[in-house]
Design a protein around this ligand. Sequence first.
Ligand SMILES: [Zn+2]
Length: 333
Amino acid sequence: MVCEMYAEPKDMPVLRHFRLERVAEGVYAAIAIEGAGAMGNAAIVDLGDSTLVLDTMLTPQAADDLRAAAEQLTGRLVRYVLNTHFHGDHVQGNQVFADAVIVATRRTRELMAERTLHDIERGQAHPEKGAEQLRKQEEELAGEQDEARKRALAADLATWRLFDAALPALRLPLPTLTFDTSIVLQGAQRRVEFLTIGGGHTHSDAFLYLPDDHVAVMGDLLFVKSHPWMGDGDPEEWIRILDHVETLDLRTLVPGHGPVGTLEDCARVRQYIRDSLAAVRDAMRAGTSADELIRQPVPTAYAAWDGSETYRWNMRFLHGYLSSTGESEAGED
Ligand SMILES: [Zn+2]
């Protein structure tokens, strides 16, 4: 009975930091609520005899909710926590799951130790910098006239206030189980594969493949209706990874940011990366500087996506990326 299978359970928890969406029997997307301290999406998977959580959001407060939801929905403690990549909005709730096996690629673990942990410790050593950043955001919000931009700034500010409150007690348990290519978790009711085919959004990105459910939980390899952050990765590799994802038999894809999507959203992100690379190549050939480039408007095709500020960061990043490869001078396509 399809409708029975996809009906929301009566005891679906009511949560502050995210909303839950059942994408298959025993598989739940936790979609971040704007301004509520989660920022990144997560997922809960019931393996039949054990429970896994993928990604742990920006703050331990959001992760507390995630843990409570996982326990309530599956009736079990969380045994596995999967970290898709090193960004803080996907791993900073790890301390809530310190009793679980935390899994990531070997490279992601290194990046968490080198970068995420370093950023947390620097923030803890200099709380005045966080306070100054919040003041700047408050000023920007007070001076903003555009209603949509105002809403985005207010949500951002609310999230960073929650993060600032969590920072003094924040710890970052690192993954205790690492892999280079893939790891299979075989439960009583489902077999899942956590795998990497390289790095595109960062230098190492993993995603969870549930072949029997035709579901993938993508981390930040997929953004839906929002600008994908490109500043820590390799855009051409990202395109290659999405090409591979498209060969999988998938019906439902849970992104790292935005609502639950499909393979069409994968194609949209790939096109966005291609369009962005082309725009920067054209601009560089015309002698446009990085500062001029970031003042150009967001293309119409992506104007309705969340996070227009990210587009400007992406333009600046790609300007540096293409300069470092020397590609624009070679005049290739
Ligand atoms: Zn990310």
